[in-house]
Design a protein around this ligand. Sequence first.
Ligand SMILES: [Zn+2]
Length: 226
Amino acid sequence: MHKRYIPFAVFFLAVLLVLFAHLCGRTMAAPAFTFAAEQKEIYLTFDDGPSTVVTGNILDTLKKENVKATFFIVGERVHGRKSVLQRIANEGHTVGVHSASHCYEEIYSSNEALSKDVAACAEMIERITGTPPHFYRFPGGGKRTTMAGLVQGMGYEIVGWNAVCGDEEIPNADADTLIKTAIATAKGKARVVLLMHDSAPHTATAEALPAIIDHFRKEGYVFKAF
Ligand SMILES: [Zn+2]
């Protein structure tokens, strides 16, 4: 190459290098933008049912919104409401064990009493829905760690919660209060397990459910059942 062309060649090479580095930089930086944001998910859970009116209203909303939820059943409340329990299962929701009696004095009196209570509720669920349950929620709270091993030993996964709508915690809460409480207690959590109740007094819970679903859907949450 003629000497006088060398500066031009060096300049040309430099331009190419800068271009190349720029393109590489873009290519290498690109994956940072393509990583999906952490998937947010919410589990709607209903305890203490089935009831005739409230459970039915909740199931109507879940069907309309195409959302699957988890129901922790009280065995004694299934009497006369077999069809409600069947509807929960038939519509694709998960049925879990809550208790046969929901009577704290009775079920927490001994390990034997608790295992009998769990087994009786599970037997009823399997007999009526045809599917044995795999999930369990402690009546009255999720912190009975001394008895957790017993229930796990029976083959159940224990499900707690990390957000509430307040239908048991706030006396006579209206639907608006339940919506606000659900949003406030779930705030900042990527995985929400929301505690609600579908037993007879909780008509406000059924009333609040459409707005609760709407809120979490708009926030990008995916609805899941256990
Ligand atoms: Zn309960």
